[in-house]
Design a protein around this ligand. Structure first.
Ligand code: ZN
Length: 357
């Protein structure tokens, strides 16, 4: 049994492993106000921590669609604020991504928008190469173009993968239309970060999510991820592209919380599972990656149980203040080995994103 005592001992043990290393005494005794860089150490070993879920915006690209940046903390011209927050939270590297707002753009506009955006992402990384890497943005509504943009993003701009939405104008990522994109991602061996955009186009579901609490985001986002991943599994996309590396935001939404139902489905109603899969649905969770943004030690423990600690990478959702304790969440979750904590804090993400140790 996992007792409270065990939790606190474990958490304390983990916390004892954290070192706070200042950047030297600052004059005027304002070291705290000036911010210090927290360096994370596990069992005597400095860990390079990586946040795979960090948003930003490129205003020059947004202007092409008549959009403005909101909130301003998304701007990379404010990288010093971002780095200060990273330093406080013990995050060494952010993998930047941009939530798609361009999926309705026609081909020429989409080509120009993505070119500008990926160029600016590369510039932002080059300005602070120790602190930032980025996922390329791609015009997934034009799958063949998206494949080219991913290749260019990786080879020309040094971007580390692609950031995509959980659906494209109401179409599922598992739609065969998107196979050229998945084939390219698999061929390049780069990580694809899936971030939901709510339930997408106006639907009956969107109507039901109106009201207090902003349920379109709080429930709609993880629901979209759940639907996207489920289709990628059940439509055989992951069988077709077994080498594709996918990381799902928000701990994969609800899928890992209720994964057993996906297996039970084909046993209970075999006539409804007409496409043969190579594995049980839940077994695909062990080839996908998930960020750690699930808020409680119990939720993270369960995510580890369903997917394996090797599949979990740290995510914060910066600059949206869902959490400022992503590092402590991993350090303080009971039952993990030091090696598992190191993997989740940064080792796995560094390997997937080509970040030097
Ligand atoms: Zn996010």
């Amino acid at each position: 049994m996992n007792t409270r005592r065990e939790f606190f001992e474990d958490a304390a043990g983990a916390m004892a492993g954290i070192a706070f290393v200042g950047c030297g005494l600052l004059s005027g005794g304002s070291a705290q106000a000036q911010g210090r860089r927290r360096e994370v150490v596990v069992n005597g070993r400095r860990v390079k921590t990586v946040d795979v879920h960090a948003h930003c915006s490129v205003p020059e690209a947004m202007a092409l669609m008549g959009r403005k940046v909101e909130p301003q903390t998304l701007l990379m011209s404010r990288a010093s604020d971002r780095i200060r927050a990273m330093d406080e939270q013990g995050i060494d590297v952010e993998a930047l991504s941009i939530n798609p707002y361009w999926y309705k753009a026609e081909r020429d506009l989409a080509r120009e928008l993505i070119r500008i955006q990926n160029e600016k992402l590369a510039e932002a990384c080059a300005a602070n190469p120790e602190r930032f890497v980025a996922f390329a943005s791609v015009a997934l509504q034009h799958p063949d173009l998206a494949a080219l943009q991913l290749e260019e993003g990786v080879k020309k701009y040094g971007l580390r993968g692609a950031g995509i939405g959980g659906s494209v104008n109401g179409e599922e990522l598992a739609d065969p239309r998107f196979h050229p994109f998945w084939a390219k991602a698999e061929q390049l061996g780069v990580l694809v970060f899936i971030h939901p955009q709510g339930t997408g186009a106006p639907t009956e579901l969107e109507g039901r999510l109106r009201g207090n609490g902003g349920l379109g985001n709080v429930i709609g986002n993880p629901l979209e991820t759940t639907i996207a991943l489920s289709h990628l599994i059940f439509e055989g996309t992951l069988d077709r592209f077994p080498g594709v590396k996918i990381c799902a935001a928000h701990g994969g939404g609800y899928l890992p919380s209720y994964a057993g139902r996906s297996d039970a489905r084909c046993v209970t109603f075999p006539d409804r599972c007409t496409k043969p899969l190579r594995k049980k649905p839940t077994e695909y969770l062990r080839q996908l990656y998930f960020d750690s943004l699930v808020f409680t030690p119990e939720a993270l423990r369960h995510l580890v149980a369903e997917t394996g600690s090797s599949q979990i990478v740290m995510g914060t959702d910066y600059p949206f203040p869902w959490t400022k304790t992503a590092v402590d969440h991993i350090l303080g979750t009971p039952g993990l080995s030091d090696g598992e904590r190191v993997a989740m804090l940064g080792e796995t993400a560094a390997r997937l994103l080509g970040i030097k140790a």
